[in-house]
Write a protein that binds this ligand. Structure first.
Ligand SMILES: [Zn+2]
Length: 76
């Protein structure tokens, strides 16, 4: 990791550690505390999208382990 003097001395300017990745919402540098977002605001935005998506997309069972049906119906 090549960066400026960040862990040298006690600047204590901001206790916000960057994730090194841009915020997926606003493209600002992501903050570790709100990873991968830059702020709680963006995290909330993403959360909102998640909830909307959760409501929009019906939950479908994906992991169907009992896929082998030999014509022997267990549960009708
Ligand atoms: Zn952001």
């Amino acid at each position: 990791m090549s960066s400026s003097a960040n862990d040298n001395g006690q600047d204590a300017q901001q206790q916000l550690e960057l994730t090194g990745r841009p915020c997926p919402i606003c493209r600002k540098p992501g903050v570790l505390h709100y990873k991968p977002f830059c702020s709680r605001r963006c995290a909330d935005v993403d959360l909102g999208r998640w909830l909307v998506g959760a409501y929009a997309v019906p939950v479908a069972p994906e992991e169907t382990d009992d896929d082998e049906v030999d014509g022997d119906s267990r549960e009708s």
